[in-house]
Write a protein that binds this ligand. Structure first.
Ligand code: APR
Length: 326
């Protein structure tokens, strides 16, 4: 507590836009922690605002969810993958254009001031804006993996299923199952030849169909694996890259900039506690958060705030990339 109090004394002079401008002028290794609030101006709802995704899911009530967050819960997904796939097309990144915030992050990188952007967003708009030092803490739709055999496929592989609101099953699993069933059929044929027709069969009651059924049911238990986009669901651990990067970056960072997030979801929300107390923290958000105490809080629309800061600093936010739609 004394360290925090000492920190608060040391940084207590920081409070205003002018302080934020000075920090932006002089910081060379900025960590930006961003959330859904930097994509709302692109037409992608955030999660917890009154108009956010969770409120929409609650109001719509057409998905059998006890809680809107269940849509992104791994246990529920395993039981009812069709519910997520009936919804996923609403959040699938298709024709969105990066916001001024995304482009501002790219500008900081081009100026050599960005250490890393830790984004919680899965819309990959940072990539579209050209940011390379970005860590998608909660994954993205760029790839997808089979829950059973872990085979990873490019995201576009399952795009037709997402658009058709169908559950994609794993081709690799299905192939392995078919090969195994074929091998068992051949074994049965060989056993029949060597022992003659009259003997009891190794599987089922002698009816080929039952054998086929018993093979399928014995094959690792039912259907081939379900393919799930590589976005982190509640109940899943983050990729180890998150800890590895944070462990390294915490030693180098000289400014923490938090933009467009309610800081409600760990472990990303705990990044603030892993950063040395000596590093100033600037919070840019539409609404205040009360469970953390950043040194400088700039409340308002993120795009407008970063545009204003840039104008005061004489920086130019790059124009939106030309996004060619097929
Ligand atoms: N400018 C600034 N802030 C904004 C804007 C805007 N234009 N629009 C929304 N916000 C703010 C909201 O006030 C809110 O505090 O952005 C914040 C978004 O908070 P959440 O909706 O909770 O989204 P986020 O913090 O990114 O959620 C984190 O929760 O459900 C999980 O995996 C999901 O990555 C997500 C995680």
């Amino acid at each position: 507590l004394s360290r925090i109090l000492r920190r608060r004394e040391r940084l207590s002079h920081l409070s205003s836009v002018e302080d934020a401008l000075n920090l932006l002028r002089t910081s060379k290794r900025i960590i930006i922690l961003s959330g859904a609030g930097i994509s709302t101006s692109c037409g992608i709802p955030d999660f917890r605002s009154s108009t956010g995704l969770y409120a929409q899911l609650q109001d719509e009530g057409r998905y059998e969810l006890d809680d809107p967050q269940q849509m992104f819960d791994i246990r529920y997904f395993r039981e009812r993958p069709e519910v997520f796939y009936s919804f996923a097309k609403q959040i699938y990144p298709s024709n969105f254009v990066p916001s001024p915030c995304h482009r501002w992050i790219k500008m900081l990188e081009d100026r050599g001031q960005l250490l890393r952007n830790y984004t919680q967003n899965i819309d990959t708009l940072e990539n579209l804006a050209g940011v390379t030092k970005v860590l998608q803490c909660h994954g993205s739709f760029s790839t997808a993996s089979c829950l059973r055999c872990k085979t990873r496929v490019p995201g576009p592989t399952i795009e037709p299923y997402i658009m058709a609101q169908k559950v994609p099953y794993c081709g690799a699993c299905r192939e392995a199952r078919d090969q195994e069933i074929e091998a068992r059929r051949k074994q049965r044929e060989a056993a029949k030849k060597s022992k003659g027709k009259g003997k009891a069969r190794a599987w089922g009651n002698g009816d080929d169909d039952d054998d086929e059924d018993s093979d399928e049911s014995e094959w690792g238990g039912g259907e081939p694996g379900i393919i799930k986009p590589d976005i982190t669901f509640f109940g899943q651990a983050l990729d180890s890259e998150f800890d590895e990067c944070l462990f390294k970056d915490r030693e180098e960072v000289d400014l923490l900039l938090i933009i467009g997030t309610s800081l409600k979801v760990a472990p990303v929300s705990e990044v603030l506690t892993h950063i040395p107390h000596s590093v100033p923290q600037i919070f840019i958000n539409l609404t205040p958060v009360h469970h953390v105490q950043p040194d400088i809080c700039l409340l308002g629309d993120a795009d407008s705030i970063v545009t204003y800061l840039s104008s005061q600093l004489g920086w130019t936010i790059p124009p939106p990339p030309v996004v060619l739609h097929p």
